[in-house]
Design a protein around this ligand. Sequence first.
Ligand SMILES: C[S@@+](CC[C@H](N)C(=O)[O-])C[C@H]1O[C@@H](n2cnc3c(N)ncnc32)[C@H](O)[C@@H]1O
Length: 215
Amino acid sequence: MSQNTSHAVMAQRIEAADFLDFFPTPLWATRALCEFILQADPKLSTKRVWEPACGQGHMARALSEYFGLVYSSDAHDYGAGAVRDFLFPGDEPSFDWLITNPPFRLAERFAHTMIDRAVEGCAILVRTSFLEGVGRYKSLFSQRKPAAILQFTERVPMHKGRVEEHGSTATSYCWIIWRCRPHKPDANDVPAMVWIPPCRRKLERPGDYALQVAA
Ligand SMILES: C[S@@+](CC[C@H](N)C(=O)[O-])C[C@H]1O[C@@H](n2cnc3c(N)ncnc32)[C@H](O)[C@@H]1O
C-alpha cells in the first residue's frame, strides 16, 4: 500500500479523460465529515481508511489528518495513489472506513461496493439530488439504509480538474454515511439528518489550494 500526497506529486497533474469525472474536493469539506465521525469515534487516529477514487489526493490529504492510515487509489494515474478500478475486485486488505467523492455516473455502484468492503463504515460525497429518484430508492436506499445524511449549509465549490479558493457553485452537496459494524442500522432505525453548520472558514488551512496546478 502506498500513500503519497506531496505537493510535488500533486503538481504532476495528468489530464484525465472526461468520463472519469475528476472534480477534486476542497479539503475543508472532507474535514467536516471527519469532525462528525470523530464525535462518535475518538479513536479515529487508530483506524484505516481507503479513498478509492482519489484523483490528485485532495480528499486523502484531509483524511490523513484524522485517520491512522490512508490508502489511496484511482482508475486513472494522477500520481497520487495506486492505479486500480474500484468496481473490480482486488486483493486489498480490509479497511475500517471507505470514503470518497465518487464519479457521479458511478456513484451508486461505488456506494454498494464501499458498503460491501467496509469494516466499520463508509461515506460518499454526492450532489444532494442523489437522494431522490424512485430507481435509486429501490436499488439502494431501501436496501441499504444510511446511518446519517450530512447536508452542507454552505455550498461546496466543485470544479472540473481543480480546487478553487474563491470558487462558487449552484449545486448542493451532502455526505451520506453507512455504518457496517458495530452500528449497522436495523429495520426500525431512521437515518440521522444532520445539517453541517457553516464551517468553511474554520476548517480551511493555509496551503489547501496550493495542492494542484490550474486546469
Ligand atoms: C469526483 S472525482 C473525486 C476525486 C477525489 N476523490 C477528491 O474528492 O478529490 C472522481 C474520481 O473518480 C475516478 N474514477 C472514475 N471511475 C473510477 C473507477 N471505476 N474506479 C476508481 N476511480 C474512478 C476519477 O478518475 C476521479 O479522479
